[in-house]
Ligand binder design. Structure first.
Ligand SMILES: *Cc1c(COP(=O)(O)O)cnc(C)c1O
Length: 460
């Protein structure tokens, strides 16, 4: 099945040179980085797909907004512009800017959770899980079963398993469930979307048991675009109408603006109507982030964010963005390379276990593919598998992940069709010599979040 590339709905006004080192230089650089892609210097990378977070290209209008940013400590114009944009798009009364998504989690979760309580989510993102635990509570993931099978095609693989959600509330007692979190799109499941139908069911359950529903909204626009494509009821709705509908089911949201709001730094906390909660959140923002009208950001950041939120809703832009993923996925289909399918909203999660069946989980197939992609074409990616998961904290044994993915996260408005072709060509070249690729062993690792810093060596 071929997919016609959706042309870029912009032209290029400013460029940032990149260069590809020779294969020998790349082999030397990755060895010096102890085979950890996080330890590579950015300038030694040709195409950087490590993350889509904060790596977005801003528009001329956003850069003009940077110049207009109001740097007043209190009550700046840019703050009011941002609040107005958010109230218009999301329909929530109270908006608190913060410096990034995890800051919103830190401010909010301390108010909802405490030891003995749980947070239940379709899937907690790493920092979300960390802040649940920092608040003394425990995080439980409750995604639909099909999310765990990369070859299973379903329209909304990010959904919450609602039957299990009710069973979990029953098991823990409703008074012990501090919050239910809906992550849209479901990042950890490969950028898979959540349907409005599922939002409605989850919201009804939360109302029945009087549990607050928080939307983890980093990729709210990509999720809305999937709903428009795949959920019959909304095929004629605008992206903005769909977003209003999604948010109408939540009580609050946390957002990393470094994703769909197309800026390089920023975050938001939104509260629909609970004034008491907002007052408490303002107090915590002042202690952790800064005064409420800047929340750890510069006025120029607030201004660029207010503009980026609207640019991210543009349907031509969303068709192009989603088209990049679909085009890369179609090229992989032709070559028989497996990935989390259907392809998600912010990247392609290649199934390294299927590509390297001879490399066991404890020799890290996802990391082996990330290293090959750098050696092959200077492409930087990361492992989303057993290497990232780490060891059992009690036994010290390597854990076995559900998936062994290598994630090609695509930054917004940064790369063109020829870059996407280079990604596909590199994967195809690696597939041709897949049986020769070896696994890796860890020679040094820190106790937590080891994948950012560990040292590895190839197994001879
Ligand atoms: C990125 C992300 C976060 C954390 O946001 P930061 O801006 O990186 O702090 C939280 N949840 C989801 C789903 C994310 O993708």
């Amino acid at each position: 099945m071929t997919f016609k590339y959706v042309p870029e709905p912009f032209r290029i006004k400013m460029v940032e040179p990149i260069k590809m080192l020779t294969r020998e230089e790349r082999e030397q650089k990755i060895k010096e980085a102890n085979y950890n892609t996080f330890a590579l210097k950015g300038e030694d990378v040709y195409i950087d797909l490590l993350t889509d977070s904060g790596t977005n290209a801003m528009s001329d209008t956003q850069w003009a907004g940077v110049m207009r940013g109001d740097e007043a400590y209190a009550g700046g114009r840019s703050y009011y512009n941002l609040v107005e944009a958010c109230q218009d798009i999301f329909g929530y009364k109270y908006i608190q800017p913060v410096h990034q998504g995890r800051a919103a989690e830190k401010v909010l979760f301390g108010l909802l959770l405490e030891p003995g309580k749980v947070s239940i989510s379709n899937m907690h993102f790493d920092t979300t899980r960390a802040h649940v635990e920092i608040a003394g509570a425990r995080a439980i993931d409750c995604v639909v079963k099909e999310a765990k099978d990369p070859s299973h095609i379903a329209p909304f693989k990010g959904n919450m398993d609602v039957e299990r959600l009710e069973a979990l509330i029953d098991e823990h007692g409703k008074e012990n469930v501090g919050v239910v979190v809906m992550t849209i799109t479901n990042n950890s499941a490969g950028g898979q979307p959540v349907s409005i139908a599922n939002m409605r069911e989850v919201s009804a359950i939360c109302k029945k048991y009087d549990i607050p529903l928080c939307i983890d909204a980093a990729r709210f626009a990509e999720n809305a675009y999937f709903i428009k494509q795949r959920e019959e009821e909304f095929k004629n709705s605008s992206i903005k109408e769909i977003i209003r509908e999604i948010f109408s089911y939540g009580d609050m949201f946390t957002m990393s603006a470094k994703k769909d709001a197309i800026v390089n730094m920023g975050g938001l906390l939104g509260i629909k109507e609970n004034e008491e909660l907002y007052q408490l959140a303002k107090g915590r923002t002042i202690s952790f982030e800064g005064f409420t009208t800047y929340g750890g950001l510069s006025g120029r950041d607030l201004e660029a964010l207010a503009i980026g939120l609207y640019e991210g809703l543009d349907e031509n832009y969303l068709a192009y963005r989603s088209g990049q993923m679909q085009y890369l996925a179609a090229r992989l289909d032709e070559a028989g390379i497996a990935y989390q399918s259907p392809v998600g909203g912010h990247g392609v999660f290649v199934d390294a276990k299927a590509l390297f069946p001879h490399i066991p989980y404890n020799e890290f197939p996802g990391q082996a593919l990330a290293i090959e992609l750098y050696k092959e074409a200077g492409i930087r990616t990361c492992d989303i598998g057993s290497y990232m998961l780490g060891n059992d904290p009690d036994t010290g044994e390597q854990l076995k992940a559900d998936f062994e993915f290598t994630r090609l996260a695509i930054p917004r408005r940064v790369y063109t069709q020829s870059h996407i072709d280079i990604m596909a060509d590199a994967l195809i070249a690696i597939k041709e010599r897949a049986s020769e690729v070896k696994g890796y062993r860890i020679t040094w690792e820190p106790p937590i979040l080891r994948h950012f810093q560990a040292h590895l060596e190839p197994i001879k």
